[in-house]
Write a protein of this length. Structure first.
Length: 274
């Protein structure tokens, strides 16, 4: 379906009829397919919602209308449009920036938090940030070659050529201009993460591929140390895309966590399908 949000047509999917809701935000210029293989088995007991954020997949709009602040606003626009009062919010890769800031903005609307292979823009004290050149400067001559280089590094799992092709196909539905903009943009508000994250008492699950070349495991460990009701699961042998390469394994990790960490009294507060 397409939602009319802020003058944009935003592509979204809602599937499953459980009384609780998982809302998932994709990474960088990924679309709903980042999450779909992992959410499919969870939809047997959850309402699961995914959408193509600005500039990704089928949500096409001018590059100047894409900003970090607008992506955060869109989380709540999607929730309101689909009558989601409360949910567990998941973010993948660069999408963890968006979901962390959304939960800090309105924590009362979220029953849980999931961070997948990304740590937002949280930096470890005393550790210099990793310099990441924009995609236009990655190896290769064309946008597709840049994406092929990225997908190859993301997926160290054996027999994963099909996952690499899938990743390239997902990302190539965006444009070089949008890819650079989303990769480099920052939200207008500066956050003292060491002060603010301990305020979040909701259950938080962090999942990280052991061999992720783009996000440091140490940074995820630091984020986990700041969240008082959290758990970190490291996917051994996986890179940046375990939700695509190992969806059943990730789904089980999520299901086990939510089953035991989200209190029954809170679970019932999530919205069901309208």
């Amino acid at each position: 379906m397409f939602l009319e949000l802020d003058g944009n047509k935003v592509f979204a999917l809602s599937f499953g009829k459980g009384p609780r809701t998982i809302l998932a935000h994709s990474g960088w210029v990924g679309n709903f397919e980042d999450w779909i293989a992992t959410l499919a088995p969870l939809s047997e007991s959850w309402r699961t919602v995914v959408y193509d954020h600005r500039g990704a997949g089928e949500t096409k709009l001018p590059v100047e209308r894409i900003s970090a602040d607008a992506l955060i606003d869109d989380v709540f626009r999607v929730m309101d449009a689909l009558h989601i009062d409360r949910c567990v919010l998941g973010g993948f890769s660069r999408g963890t920036v968006t979901v962390l800031r959304a939960v800090l903005r309105q924590p009362d609307r979220f029953d849980g938090l999931m961070l997948m292979n990304g740590h937002g823009d949280v930096q470890i004290p005393g550790v210099s940030p990793v310099h990441r050149p924009p995609p236009s400067q990655w190896p290769g001559e064309t946008f597709r070659e840049h994406l092929e280089w990225f997908a190859d590094r993301c997926t160290p799992e054996p027999d994963s050529d099909h996952i690499k092709r899938w990743a390239v196909n997902i990302l190539s539905r965006s444009t070089p201009e949008v890819a650079d903009r989303i990769f480099t943009m920052r939200a207008s508000e500066r956050i003292d993460w060491a002060k603010r994250l301990p305020e979040l008492t909701l259950p938080a699950l962090l999942v990280h591929g052991e061999k992720d070349p783009f996000y440091r495991l140490e940074a995820m460990q630091y984020v986990q140390s700041l969240l008082p009701n959290s758990k970190l699961v490291v996917m051994e042998g996986s890179g940046h895309l375990p939700m695509m390469a190992r969806p059943m394994d990730v789904a089980k990790v999520i299901d086990d966590f939510l089953r035991y960490m989200v209190a029954p009294s809170t679970q019932g507060a999530n919205s069901s399908s309208p």
